[in-house]
Design a protein around this ligand. Structure first.
Ligand code: C5P
Length: 233
C-alpha cells in the first residue's frame, strides 16, 4: 500500500532555544507543505516573539505547552495563548475534567478558531513507567479513557502515540483529531518509547504527524524534508 501525506499534515517540532539556530532550516521549509511546532524549549527562551516571527513568515504554528494546572490558571493562560494567533495549542488531559472543561469553554468563549487538543500519555512513557506512577491500566486503555474524557468536555482531539491511534479513532470517531509525535522515517527513536514509523502513523489514520530531531538534528535536513515531500500528494 502506498503511503500518502496531505500538505500541512506534517508538523516540524522546532526544539531549539533560538530561531537563529533554525535559520537555515526555515529557509528550506515550504510553509504550504509543513506546519511548525513551538514547544517549551523555544517558548521559555524567546516567548511570544518566536510565534510572531513564524507567523510573519506565513507558517501555521502549533504551540505545545501541554498546560496542566488548576482550572483557573489554565483558563487564564489560554486567554493569553488565544491572542498569539496560533493554529493549534494543547493542554494535558491528566489535569482532569474540570480543567479540561475550563480550557475548552475559555477558547469557545473567545470565539477563537484555535484548535485545542489534549495530551493523553507522553510517548516517552511505557507501561513500566505508568506502573511506577501508580496507574493500573495499560497505556492504550489510559489513553482511550483520557481521550473520551477530553471529547466529552469539548476538546478537538488528542496528542497520542502511534500505538493508540486506531483505538482512539474506533472509540471516538474519525472526526476526533489525532496528532502523533514520536514518528520516525529513518533513524533511532531517541528517548521516545512508544514510537513508530511515519508510514504506520498514516496507515493507522492519524491526522497530523510531528517530526522533530529527525529533521532538526539531521546532517542533511534537506534530504529528510525531500523524503517527506515525496510522500505528499
Ligand atoms: O524529536 P522528536 O521527533 O522525538 O520530537 C517529538 C516532539 O513532540 C517533541 O517536541 C515533544 O515535546 C513532542 N511531544 C511528544 N510526546 C507527546 C507530546 C509532544 O514527544 N505526547
Amino acid at each position: 500500500m502506498t503511503v500518502k501525506l496531505k500538505p500541512k499534515q506534517t508538523i516540524i517540532a522546532l526544539d531549539v532555544s533560538s530561531l537563529e539556530e533554525t535559520k537555515d532550516l526555515l529557509s528550506i521549509v515550504d510553509k504550504d507543505l509543513f506546519r511548525l511546532k513551538v514547544g517549551k524549549q523555544l517558548f521559555t527562551s524567546q516567548g511570544p516573539k518566536a510565534i510572531d516571527k513564524l507567523n510573519s513568515l506565513g507558517f501555521d504554528v502549533f504551540l505545545d505547552l501541554k498546560l496542566h494546572d488548576i482550572p483557573n490558571t489554565v483558563s487564564k493562560s489560554l486567554e493569553n495563548i488565544c491572542n498569539f494567533g496560533v493554529w493549534m495549542s494543547n493542554i494535558h488531559l491528566l489535569g482532569g475534567q474540570e480543567m479540561i472543561e475550563a480550557a475548552t469553554s475559555t477558547v469557545k468563549g473567545l470565539n477563537s478558531e484555535m484548535i485545542l487538543v489534549g495530551v493523553t500519555i507522553l510517548t516517552s512513557l511505557n507501561e513500566n513507567n505508568l506502573v511506577e506512577m501508580g496507574f493500573n491500566s495499560s497505556a492504550e486503555d489510559l489513553a482511550i479513557k483520557l481521550a473520551k474524557l477530553g471529547k466529552q468536555n469539548g476538546i478537538d482531539g488528542v496528542v497520542c502515540s502511534i500505538e493508540d491511534i486506531s483505538g482512539i479513532k474506533a472509540s471516538l470517531g474519525g472526526d476526533f483529531l489525532s496528532v502523533t509525535p514520536g514518528v520516525r522515517m529513518l533513524q533511532d527513536i531517541d528517548d521516545q518509547k512508544r514510537a513508530g514509523s511515519i508510514y504506520d502513523a498514516i496507515q493507522f489514520g492519524t491526522d497530523f504527524v510531528v517530526v522533530g530531531r529527525e529533521i532538526t538534528q539531521a546532517k542533511n535536513p534537506e534530504k529528510v524534508l525531500k523524503k517527506i515531500e515525496s510522500l505528499i500528494v
